[in-house]
Design a protein. Structure first.
Length: 271
């Protein structure tokens, strides 16, 4: 009799334990959208990398668009060259299925290849009371091998409406390099801001990208070190017709807008 009671007691405890574990497990956190890490540079992607922003080039056929493209291009290089590995790692994570580890923490584990190097990635997401804590660990194999490092981390709101990433420079230099703040509006990311964190002459530079309901429905607000001093640039354009305008007191000499049409050719700005 005592043995039966003991077995029944053990069974009840086991059932409660596993039920509690199942309850604690819940659903995995929703990954932030891929767009939370990448600003859209497509309207300015064909500017020649060799262009020099010299006074003598002002007024050339497409100089207004070209100036906007080169300034935006500084930031495009940061993502596409310096941070190509973590950005791709996160993109691949969005295609994986996570597993539950413990303490409301889920993990995405996988491999990916970039330029002949294979990387092992491990992304964890821990659900908190008001947000999700994210950590991306990456290790390299082959000729560019390196031990697993925490390459970037961040947070996102539980409802997926916004968050922040902090990315380190690279695997060998784990110092904070770039902060990304993002906001999701409706079904898409409508605001992304990169802030440069490394302690050099470019420190505290930023580019802010957003979408609006205006005719020129996309914009960049840029504050950057131009090699001599910090400079401010405003750019607005239409994401469908691709016409737009740019404003920069330091380069263009006044506070007026300078426009281009859908063919990137300079035009007189409409009143």
């Amino acid at each position: 009799m005592k043995k039966s009671i003991y077995l029944l007691f053990t069974l009840v405890l086991s059932t409660l334990f596993f039920a509690d574990c199942k309850k604690d497990k819940g659903e995995p956190p929703v990954l932030p959208p891929q767009e939370s890490m990448v600003i859209d540079f497509s309207n300015f992607s064909s500017a020649k990398k060799s262009i020099e922003l010299l006074p003598g080039q002002k007024g050339t056929e497409n100089s207004n668009w070209a100036y906007a493209a080169v300034v935006a291009g500084y930031w495009n290089v940061i993502i596409n060259v310096n941070l190509a590995v973590p950005v791709l790692a996160f993109k691949v994570a969005t295609e994986q299925t996570p597993v539950y580890i413990s303490s409301k923490t889920w993990q995405w584990s996988y491999e990916f290849t970039l330029l002949g190097t294979t990387y092992k990635a491990r992304l964890t997401g821990q659900i908190g009371s008001s947000d999700v804590q994210w950590k991306m660990y990456i290790a390299g194999e082959g000729t560019n091998s390196f031990a697993e490092v925490l390459w970037f981390e961040g947070t996102s709101k539980l409802d997926g409406s916004g968050g922040q990433w902090i990315l380190n420079q690279n695997a060998l230099s784990p110092v904070a390099y770039l902060q990304i703040d993002w906001t999701k509006t409706s079904t898409s990311v409508g605001y992304v801001k990169y802030t440069y964190l490394k302690n050099d002459s470019f420190l505290n530079s930023y580019i802010e990208y957003g979408l609006t309901s205006n005719v020129l429905n996309a914009y960049y607000t840029i504050h950057y070190y131009n090699g001599v001093k910090f400079s401010d640039v405003n750019i607005e354009w239409n994401t469908t017709t691709h016409n737009g305008h740019v404003k920069s007191i330091d380069y263009l000499g006044d506070s007026n807008w300078y426009c281009w049409d859908s063919n990137k050719v300079n035009i007189v700005c409409p009143q």
